[in-house]
Design a protein around this ligand. Structure first.
Ligand code: NAG
Ligand code: NAG
Ligand code: NAG
Ligand code: NAG
Ligand code: NAG
Ligand code: NAG
Ligand code: NAG
Length: 511
């Protein structure tokens, strides 16, 4: 991250929609493309023109620890040599703003957009934006604007309002009308899909790029479809990539409902029927996942977002890029699993923590919104989303006693432990998630039985992100387990929540 150079910052004259923005050039060593935390960029949509890759992306503007999508404008990234292993990039900030382009739109809500080249050679930007004045229950609609160059300026081609909203096609379109993808086929025909929360709709558009030329199809055959569809074609096969949230320990996609993998399907015609073909990218560091793909030279580029930039987060996401390859031994050709690449990590500082090397299990197995591996990811977020903590909470009946276990593949020395608890209720509450009434740890002895550690300080139950450590007489072990009791009144029991459970060695190590 330190090697990122902001080589020149040039203000642009006030002529175009990006009048107030800046043009920033920088060298990216690897993902995330812009990693220094100066700007955050989500929901990338790629397009190649004149050997240059352009990526429109929303600017994530949420402050740290604010769990809210605050996206008020779009960026335009570009590179004429976009290699995942490092490249020169240009970023135009404030490239487009919803209300500047679409007079009927609110000033916020710059969601996942795409620029495509129309059959007429002009450039069309499709944007989900919120209608300022609408009786629709959900204000999102899709606007379309045109420009002679990717850089703009863009002019609304349907100034009366969105081409898709809850009022069109009506009746029956009660979905949130965001997350569009548009494809111009070799024959000049135009197709658009859109939708979220499990609904995916598709339609052919006329060459005016805005009027429906077919009935709307509802796609129901793409397993786990959640949102973020991306339509493309290679040879004779259409590909639909999407954020898939088939959740569960054995789903092959995501362990928790708040995460998404990228799955895809194929079809031999642009409006389907679609055949599910599997997962090509597992969960990334952000809870949301959004991909876009485009051919560049003889390669295919896969763009997406993660939380991997400095001070990044689920609402402060950053553009990433990797190659996508096809397996032509199969019919239709399949997409090979994507290999995520990262910029060289600096060596983590030496630490006493050893939980990051353990396998974690729990009784009860946490409900699908929580995530066992958040126990030992060395992260204690101030305002966590459910997959960022482990919890015994069960809306029907939380267990009074929970046991969580760490197992290592080698014998290690330990002399301390601590718990950063999550709670949304006060100590003693028998509802929601509350601090435990008591807890302790045991270690695995050499004969495999569990024995209490000899604690030299107390086990505290206070909620803190920097909890007081319980020290104990040093043990050498392959396992540590904690037993926790939740507050209960006999009929109602609180859940326990843990952001991080530390297992501490007496020695500093960088491992
Ligand atoms: C295409 O790219 C080249 C090299 O970057 C540039 O000189 C040229 O002006 C571009 N052409 C157009 C039409 O943008
Ligand atoms: C919304 O309606 C109000 C009242 O009619 C009007 O003043 C305002 O300009 C409208 N806003 C937009 C963006 O159309
Ligand atoms: C043991 O765990 C460490 C840390 O997770 C890992 O690097 C190592 O490869 C594992 N060794 C074996 C034999 O599984
Ligand atoms: C296993 O080892 C522990 C501690 O060394 C000891 O207290 C316990 O009795 C042993 N249990 C068995 C079944 O040998
Ligand atoms: C061990 O932990 C218990 C429970 O927190 C506490 O009551 C006890 O005082 C601790 N022992 C020592 C020696 O601090
Ligand atoms: C236990 O707590 C629940 C939830 O607050 C309450 O509805 C119930 O009456 C309480 N039961 C007893 C026995 O106090
Ligand atoms: C445990 O190890 C830490 C780190 O070396 C040390 O500061 C602490 O005094 C040790 N505690 C006990 C009780 O041995």
């Amino acid at each position: 991250m330190r090697s990122l150079l902001l080589t020149s910052v040039v203000s642009l004259a006030g002529r175009f929609c990006f009048a107030n923005g800046e043009k920033i050039t920088f060298t990216s060593p690897r993902n995330p493309v812009l990693g220094d935390g100066s700007y955050y960029s989500a929901d990338p949509g790629p397009i190649v023109d004149n050997n240059t890759l352009y990526i429109i992306s929303g600017q994530d503007s949420a402050p740290p620890n604010d769990n809210d999508f605050i996206i008020n404008d779009w960026f335009l990234f570009s590179s004429s040599d976009p290699k995942p292993a490092g490249a020169q990039w240009t970023l135009r900030t404030e490239f487009l703003k919803p209300h500047d382009v679409f007079g009927w739109a609110m000033t916020r809500g710059a969601y996942a957009s795409q620029i495509i080249k129309g059959p007429d050679g002009r450039f069309y930007v499709y944007c989900p934006v919120m209608q300022a004045n609408t009786t629709d229950e959900d204000p999102f609609g899709i606007g379309v604007a045109v420009a002679d160059s990717i850089q703009g300026p863009y002019k609304d081609i349907h100034p009366s309002g969105p081409i898709v909203s809850q009022s069109h096609p009506a009746p029956g379109n009660n979905i949130e009308n965001i997350d569009l993808t548009v494809y111009v086929d070799g024959d000049g025909k135009v197709y658009m899909y859109w939708g979220t929360f499990g609904s995916l709709k598709g339609v052919q558009l006329k060459s005016d790029m805005k009027t429906f030329a077919s009935d709307v199809v509802d796609v129901t055959t793409l397993t786990g479809f959640f949102e973020a569809a991306w339509l493309t074609k290679r040879k004779d096969t259409y590909y639909m990539l999407y954020a898939d949230n088939s959740a569960g320990p054995d789903s092959g996609c995501t362990p928790t409902v708040y995460h998404a993998c990228i799955g895809y399907g194929t079809a031999s015609s642009p409006l389907g029927p679609w055949t599910y073909q599997g997962v090509i990218l597992g969960i990334v560091s952000s809870t949301t996942s959004h991909s876009g793909v485009v051919p560049y030279g003889d390669k295919w580029l896969f763009v997406y977002h993660t939380t991997d930039a400095v001070n990044g987060g689920n609402f402060r996401r950053s553009l990433a890029i990797d190659y996508m390859e096809f397996d032509d031994t199969k019919t239709p050709p399949r997409i090979k699993p994507i290999t995520q690449t990262h910029r060289p990590a600096s060596l983590p500082p030496p630490t006493y923590a050893r939980q990051q090397f353990a396998k974690a299990t729990s009784d009860p197995v946490c409900a699908i919104q929580y995530w066992i591996d958040s126990l030992h990811d060395l992260k204690t977020p101030v305002n966590p989303l459910p997959p960022e903590y482990w919890s015994s909470y069960n809306s029907a009946d939380s267990q009074v006693k929970s046991i969580i276990t760490y197992s290592w593949n080698t014998t290690i020395a330990l002399n301390g432990t601590s718990m950063a608890f999550f709670a949304d209720h006060d100590a003693g509450a028998v509802d929601g998630v509350a601090p435990p009434t008591q807890w302790w740890v045991e270690y695995k002895t050499s004969n495999g039985s569990w024995s209490r550690v000899q604690n030299l300080t107390s086990y505290l139950t206070a909620v803190s992100d920097t909890p007081v450590i319980t020290y104990f007489k040093e043990v050498k072990t392959e396992g540590l387990r904690a037993t926790l009791y939740a507050p209960t009144n006999g009929t109602s029991t609180a859940g326990i929540g843990i952001k991080e459970w530390a297992a501490l060695s007496p020695q500093l190590s960088s491992w």
